[in-house]
Design a protein around this ligand. Sequence first.
Ligand SMILES: [Zn+2]
Length: 138
Amino acid sequence: MTTFRGEYPLPNTKPVEKPPSRDDLEFLRETLETKRRELLSLYAHDVKVGQESADDSADDSVDRANNSFNRELMFSLSDTERQMLIMVEEAFDRLEKSTYGSCGNCGEQIGVARLKAVPWARYCIDCQESEERGVLER
Ligand SMILES: [Zn+2]
């Protein structure tokens, strides 16, 4: 690191984040899938408890839930779980549309380290902080 001597003047001090690599995306997709399965299994468990005799009801409901949001599913989850599932689904959506990894507010690339910690992150760290302070413009 020699930048502190000013040999390389930096007009913009904000580090430029690199978009996730193929491997990163693969990893992130798997993490999201695991999370989704986890959330859906909570639901499957509830269904099993609710109707104990039906064969393969759990598998069946997971399949249906995978296709689209269903009301039953949404009702059976807690607010936090539901919120999480929505964010996970949105992340899949962004993966499909190749907009994954850019901030939903300012459009900046979200850092790979942040994505790995929070694969369903909608915003870059700056905007996330603004949102948490409730000052994000919508
Ligand atoms: Zn942002």
